[in-house]
Design a protein around this ligand. Sequence first.
Ligand code: NAI
Length: 316
Amino acid sequence: MASLRFDGRVVIVTGAGGGLGRTYALEYAKRGAKVVVNDLGGDAHGTAASTSMADKVVAEIKKAGGEAVANYDSVEFGDKIVQTAINNYGRVDVVVNNAGILRDVSFGNMTDLDWDLIATVHLKGAYSVTKAAWPYFRKQKYGRVISTASNSGVYGSFGQANYSTAKAGLIGFAKTLALEGQKYNIFSNALIPTAGSRLTETILPSEIVAALKPEYVMPLVIFLTHESCTENGQIYEAGAEWFGTVEFYRSAGKIIENATPEKVRDNWAQITDMKNARNFKPGEIMEYMMTIMSEKESKKENTSSGSGASSGLESA
Ligand code: NAI
């Protein structure tokens, strides 16, 4: 099969001055894309700024014969980043929301600044850049968005109440954009990476950081944002040359008519039984709730007409 090329495409990678973002930017350029290398050039905790990180990556890309331009704005100012793409290349096709910082501290010791900076960079940043690109995506009926989540947002992580909240938020963000963008051929997915970088070098042992190369995550991002990929509204995971997907499952549950706290307690085993649990694609959940309601109605009708037919949903 043909290799995945990005000729004619314009790709914005936020936080592309180092770590994961840098490997994405280099690869997009290698595959023919024009790349906006955004990086504020600050430290891992969201303070300070410099132009050198983005400049270095742009120089690397150009040296290898690729096309790239640097942007040094914070992701909060997405319109400026998208404007860099428009001014230099006249369009934007792909947004990889990757910029990130950490401010790990136990919840009891967390300050408003720890909370706000994380929310600003991860949540407001992804919102702001994607929001500015959205009208272009809609007009050209084409767009690809990756929002970088984290295992921390799915499972929780000690000392990361701020970060895990923001990362979980990005999952909802990716899934909702998938629903709203679909009819314009805009596809949006969430990514959970695991890689050795300056964000993880303080948390993981050095030999593990060395083994978790950012290059091992990159192929998934490239594939998901290619025009041939129609995946939409999902969560994908990559690290250490392993690739997978993450889904949320909901138990089959139980209808409890005239529920009381005691009836909930007494039916706990069935409420939480995951034997027949299932997952839902974006948009399916409302349909499913309607099914439950109509099954409940038909059960009521059957009971009042005395037919005794089973709807498959037991009453408590
Ligand atoms: P990194 O620290 O090497 O790269 C993040 C980049 O974002 C840095 O170059 C930094 O200067 C830039 N940045 C920070 N704030 C910015 C802002 N306001 N505007 C523009 N650029 C800004 O870290 P890494 O590991 O490459 O992280 C990339 C993304 O992946 C982050 O969103 C991170 O939360 C996420 N992630 C990483 C994991 C890992 O195992 N490395 C695990 C889960 C998620």
